[in-house]
Design a protein around this ligand. Structure first.
Ligand SMILES: Cc1ncc(COP(=O)(O)O)c(C=O)c1O
Length: 452
């Protein structure tokens, strides 16, 4: 790592947003400005993304940086909330599925890609979700995209929480030009927007989109109020439960079920990648007609190969664990770790945002400080993901800790010691560079670049 005195200003400024719409007739040449900025960050140890695991993504993990350096750390950067990805039963299920069915579904669901395992998974999920009809997708992202694109047409409207996940935003953009955002979690803003739409268009469809746990803020909407707003304006409600399904709520059915409001969502979408140890996702609707429609009108189901037999077997086994006494024990351990981590964060003088969930976002401040701390964290023995603008608002950089049931109290204390050390070192680096901790440092560095 080069000494911080040598860090060019441009490595601590600018954001991905600066390079989203570069003007150049040559489409591929447009990437060069971005690459110059990114590579300069990489060369100075300031590109904490695209790392790879050299061991299982367990509570301690060996990781290779994007610049090739390897390090070992206490891992709060993986999405394996119930620690099922190396569970012996899950591994056995995957191996047995490969032995029996081979490794590939070899088709889209419509064209012979369904397998005995995917059908069994649909049945089991349906039973877990009060007999909803289930449609499986190759990823959670494709399920989110499909839930919007599959049902919404160009004469309809989508009204979404401004922080809804990219899969939902992209699905809305693909479906209609009438996409509206309301302030994060504000039911008043949602109502105002719905009223304005209905004043002009009494007949068009309206899809309201929100999440049951927001992945960068760890906060939760008022489900009953959102449902009431939809009812008052003839709108359909879609809720993305990617992060809480399986790991939250007494029975693992997530925040909606914990509030007694599972039925409130007309369309439920979920991911297997957080609590079910596999890629994949699903949409759960209340009618067979809705599910059959999605199978032929949502592009990522109709035109994409289905889950592999091993993925379906993994999720089926994970679901069996989620529903069992072991699942309850794992969720209790997870929540104990979450509460321990949140408490320990506050002890260091930092602040954990949102409410207790497997996502613990820890606010650090300006982008420059966030990057300098992220540069120090692996050397201190900790692994956590930095989230910076535009994924979160300007000057609200944070580390997103993702907690697992398998973490021990010692893991939490080790992570906090690493964070504390990295924060102190990062702040000292910032001071030596003569920058302020709150420095927005966004959108001001591009002029320093020489994008060929
Ligand atoms: C809220 C939300 N929805 C959907 C997804 C996509 O899920 P997957 O990563 O399983 O494709 C994510 C992923 O991170 C997410 O946070």
């Amino acid at each position: 790592m080069k000494p911080e005195e040598e860090l060019p200003f441009a490595t601590l400024t600018g954001s991905l947003k600066d390079f989203r719409a570069p003007a150049d007739r040559e489409l591929l040449r447009r990437a060069e400005g971005f690459f110059a900025w990114q590579d300069r960050r990489r060369q100075h140890g300031l590109w904490p993304y695209a790392r790879s695991t050299e061991s299982a993504p367990s509570t301690s993990c060996q990781v290779r940086n994007d610049d090739g350096q390897i390090f070992q750390g206490t891992n709060f950067a993986s999405q394996d909330y119930l620690s099922l990805s190396s569970h012996p039963r899950i591994k056995e299920a995957a191996i047995a599925a490969v032995e029996r069915y081979g490794v590939h579904s070899a088709g889209s669901a419509a064209l012979l890609g369904n397998t005995a395992n995917s059908l069994a998974l649909e049945r089991a999920l349906s039973q877990f979700l009060d007999d909803r009809e289930i449609v499986l997708y190759p990823t959670g992202w494709s399920a989110g995209f499909a839930a919007v694109q599959g049902f919404v047409r160009s004469h309809d409207h989508v009204v979404m929480d401004v922080l809804a996940h990219s899969c939902l935003q992209e699905g809305a953009r693909a479906a209609t030009g009438s996409v509206h955002h309301f302030a994060h979690l504000s039911t008043d803003a949602l109502r105002r927007r719905l009223q304005r739409i209905r004043e002009k268009d009494a007949r068009g469809g309206i899809l309201v989109v929100t999440e049951s746990l927001f992945s960068m803020h760890s906060d939760v909407p008022d489900f009953a109020a959102v449902r009431a707003a939809c009812d008052d304006h003839g709108a359909t409600l879609l809720i993305d439960c990617a992060h809480d399904f399986g790991c939250m709520g007494p029975d693992g059915r997530g925040n909606l079920a914990a509030a007694g409001l599972l039925d409130a969502a007309d369309i439920l979408i979920g991911s297997f990648s957080k609590s079910f140890a596999s890629n994949g996702g699903f949409i759960a609707v209340k009618s067979r007609a809705g599910a059959e429609y999605l199978k032929y009108y949502s592009a990522t189901q109709t035109f994409s190969n289905a889950l592999s037999p091993a993925q379906a077997a993994v999720v089926l086994t994970a679901l069996d664990i989620v529903r069992s006494d072991e699942g309850t024990i794992l969720r209790n351990r997870l929540m104990a770790n979450i509460l321990h981590l949140r408490h320990a964060v506050e002890r260091t003088g930092l602040h954990a945002l949102g409410s207790p969930s497997p996502i613990v976002p820890v606010f650090v401040g300006g982008e420059a400080l966030g990057r300098l701390i992220a540069r120090r964290l692996p050397g201190s023995g900790g692994l956590a993901n930095l989230v910076e603008y535009p994924a979160v608002p300007k000057s609200e950089s944070r580390f997103r800790f993702q907690v697992m049931a398998g973490h021990t109290a010692d893991d939490v204390e080790r992570m906090i010691a690493a964070l504390d050390e990295a924060v102190k070192a990062g702040r000292a680096d910032l001071e030596r560079l003569g920058l302020s901790a709150a420095a927005p440092a966004v959108g001001t560095g591009a002029e320093e670049l020489d994008p060929a």
